[in-house]
Write a protein that binds this ligand. Structure first.
Ligand code: ZN
Length: 130
């Protein structure tokens, strides 16, 4: 059970910026950081190795390279921050903290969910990097 999430403020701002740039398309990324018991630090975006010529790339992506994932971030251009059925399936697979940024992508438009889709926005503290 997640008790506290320290989410880098700079990281969140750059993810919101990317959401704006991709609008009206959805922006998705995998979050990296550290899990320490029931406390999670989110401070990076996982760079996913990708080889265009490798037909197994997608499989590798899901099964191997994302094992260090602490969660996901994606945008909802519709403006509704509620997770979809597909989102809930994804949450179960890719870490403990999942952010959905709804249009117009301000800090207060972001909701955070745990693996089971429970809203944990209250447990998230924005952390300054210094
Ligand atoms: Zn979604």
């Amino acid at each position: 059970m997640v008790r506290l999430v320290r989410f880098s403020a700079d990281l969140l701002d750059s993810l919101l910026e990317a959401s704006r740039e991709n609008h009206p398309n959805e922006f998705f990324t995998v979050l990296g950081g550290e899990v320490d018991g029931d406390e999670i630090v989110v401070d990076s975006v996982l760079v996913v190795p990708f080889e265009a010529s490798d037909t197994g790339a997608v499989f590798d992506l899901m099964s191997v390279h994302l094992k260090g994932a602490v969660g996901t971030f994606h945008s909802h251009p519709s403006g509704d921050p509620a997770p979809s059925e597909d989102d809930l399936m994804l949450f179960k697979r890719l870490g403990a903290v999942h952010a959905i940024a709804a249009y117009p992508y301000r800090r207060r438009d972001v909701r955070f969910y745990d693996k089971s889709g429970r809203n944990i926005t209250e447990l998230v503290a924005l952390a300054d990097d210094r």
